[in-house]
Design a protein around this ligand. Structure first.
Ligand SMILES: O=C[C@@H](O)[C@@H](O)[C@H](O)CO
Length: 188
């Protein structure tokens, strides 16, 4: 993706975090990606890794209307995805969509088990959360103009633990330098 898109995403996310009172630590670890597809406005996300330890991880994430995080699962990481501000929608599958079409399964939403069929959409409002076990496929997007999302998880390994349904996708993007960088990303 272009450096100018990274700079703009950084400014957009910083402004939304400030407006919603999410103060970031100094030297925050920013992770801005278009999943290697060059369509950041529709396939992209802006994340900040707040804590990344061998046992646990915490992130704060910014996504704007029109953007989507593509369908993927983690083999190791278990995560709570939390809507902190705005309205967040997730589509969930029990397993790989090609192998488990429409299977029913249970997922914890706001600490209570709820039944889903693979492919169902869950909408979360501010404060609500879903607990995703490893191998649950999920994609998500924003129903409001912007959304702040929290993520609390077991150990995070974005380089090796993202399994996308579309195998053309990559987790990190190569960068085309079209203007000076306002920040360096965690993968640079
Ligand atoms: O589902 C999203 C999260 O697991 C993110 O932390 C991950 O980086 C997306 O690839």
């Amino acid at each position: 993706m272009k450096r100018s898109q990274i700079n703009k995403a950084f400014k957009d996310a910083s402004s939304c975090f400030a407006q919603t009172c999410w103060a970031l630590p100094p030297n925050a670890a920013w992770d801005i990606t278009d999943f290697g597809m060059g369509k950041f406005d529709t396939l992209g996300i802006t994340l900040v890794n707040l804590a990344e330890e061998s046992e646990y991880c915490e992130k704060i994430i910014y996504i704007r209307k029109g953007q989507m995080v593509p369908n993927h699962a983690h083999k190791v990481k278990k995560e709570d995805i939390i809507c902190r501000n705005g309205i967040l929608a997730l589509r969930l599958w029990k397993g790989h969509p090609d192998h488990d079409p429409e299977e029913s399964f249970e997922i914890k939403v706001n600490r209570e088990w709820r039944s889903f069929r693979s492919g169902d959409v869950l909408t979360l409002e501010a404060g609500e959360r879903v607990t995703l076990e490893p191998l649950v496929y999920h994609m998500f997007w924003c129903e409001s103009d912007e959304c702040v999302i929290g993520e609390v998880s077991t150990a995070n390994d974005d380089a090796n633990d993202n399994f996308f349904v579309d195998t053309e996708l990559g987790r990190f993007s190569s960068i085309e330098e079209d203007e000076p960088a306002l920040l360096r990303l965690l993968n640079e």
